[in-house]
Design a protein around this ligand. Structure first.
Ligand SMILES: NC(=O)c1ccc[n+]([C@@H]2O[C@H](COP(=O)([O-])OP(=O)(O)OC[C@H]3O[C@@H](n4cnc5c(N)ncnc54)[C@H](OP(=O)(O)O)[C@@H]3O)[C@@H](O)[C@H]2O)c1
Length: 321
């Protein structure tokens, strides 16, 4: 089968398209013919190993799983002997950051991991982009403990995580202020944000509102800048470590004092989360934004674009034409 493969950490050019052996499903696994995948910041982070810590999962000296692509959508081609939930021919989508493989024409995944049936009306493009940004958003929103009617601020609401966060918070009836660039004000409003703040012309820290949750979805602001905006027990979460890893230090110390807190939850994904996102899609409450679509042969270009930090929502890869 054709796959985008990397055998060393480094720039986008370490990824090359090769013919490799087709995987064989174990008893509890399904074999998915991948139609679409994405290149996202999880893929580029593991590929570059810019943060050394990622190697504890991906392999200390070289990648353990040479085919990236944690998101996938496709059709089940074969099932293992013990598989009960899925059958040959089912259209499925999901997230696999344990063994990866979305950037290859076939992947295997345990039927109880992050895989679900595609609902009616969902395209392969949308299906591929359903889970990465959204499950990070979901983990952080749940960790914050925010409730219906409370106020949240999403900084960086055009990223995969930020654009999902706005929609997920609105699905919980939270009041959302969203910060984004001038070009995307209408787009972010269309996601349901109650207020949109243009970071290029306005200083969001001057708002008179106070927030129960400030979510820095692009890791470009700081607890210091956002602390005055938090309510007395407000929570700040960032998707990045912050300057000199300060968000980890704050997450260890601020909970000791009982006031405004920084949290740094470790994201996880269960099959129930994929099903939850699918149900939100069915209700019309969540739909990932697609920025660009590339073919598998354009994988290096896709990595470079995603790594630029400029994508709006998600970048899809057509794996099987
Ligand atoms: N902790 C984890 O496990 C984990 C996993 C995945 C990703 N991440 C991190 O999460 C962050 C977000 O990832 P993502 O995929 O959602 O992001 P992304 O799609 O790469 O986000 C880029 C978006 O953010 C906007 N942006 C850039 N600078 C901004 C600023 N100063 N203020 C407001 N908006 C700004 C960009 O628009 P404009 O610049 O055009 O305005 C662009 O639309 C990344 O830093 C990534 O490394 C963490």
């Amino acid at each position: 089968m054709k796959a985008a493969v990397y055998h060393q950490y480094g720039p986008p050019e370490v990824v090359k398209v090769f013919d490799v052996a087709k995987p064989v499903p174990q008893a509890k696994e399904v074999l998915v013919k991948v139609h679409t995948s994405t290149v996202n910041r999880t893929d580029t982070g593991f590929r570059s190993a810019e943060y050394f810590v990622s190697r504890f999962w991906s392999g200390l000296l070289k990648p353990k799983f040479p085919i990236l692509g944690c998101e996938f959508a496709g059709i089940i081609e074969e099932i293992g002997a013990d598989v009960k939930t899925f059958k040959k021919g089912d259209a499925v989508f999901g997230f696999n950051d344990k063994t990866w493989g979305g950037h290859g024409e076939y992947l295997c995944i345990d039927e109880h991991e992050g895989i679900a049936h595609m609902p009616e009306g969902m395209s392969f493009e949308i299906a591929a982009a359903m889970t990465e940004g959204a499950h990070y958003a979901l983990n952080n929103i749940r960790a914050s403990g925010i409730q219906k009617g409370q106020q949240a601020l999403v900084y960086g609401s055009t990223g995969a995580i930020g654009s999902a966060a706005v929609q997920l918070l609105k699905s919980m009836d939270v009041m959302v202020s969203a910060v984004c660039g001038s070009t995307y004000l209408d787009l972010v409003k269309s996601l349901g944000a109650d207020e949109v703040i243009d970071y290029q012309t306005q200083d969001f820290t001057q708002t008179q509102k106070r927030f129960d949750f400030v979510f820095d979805a692009v890791g470009k602001t700081s607890f210091g800048a956002c602390k005055p905006l938090l309510s007395s027990k407000g929570i700040y979460i960032s998707t990045e470590l912050g300057k000199n890893g300060e968000n980890i230090l704050y997450a260890l110390t601020t909970p000791l004092f009982g006031g405004k807190k920084v949290l740094f939850p470790i994201p996880t994904l269960k099959q129930a989360d994929v099903i939850y996102l699918k149900e939100l899609f069915e209700k019309g409450a969540y739909k990932p934004i697609i920025d660009r679509t590339y073919s598998l042969d354009q994988i290096v270009e896709a990595h470079s674009y995603v790594e630029s930090g400029q994508k709006v929502g998600n970048v899809v890869i057509r794996v099987s034409e």
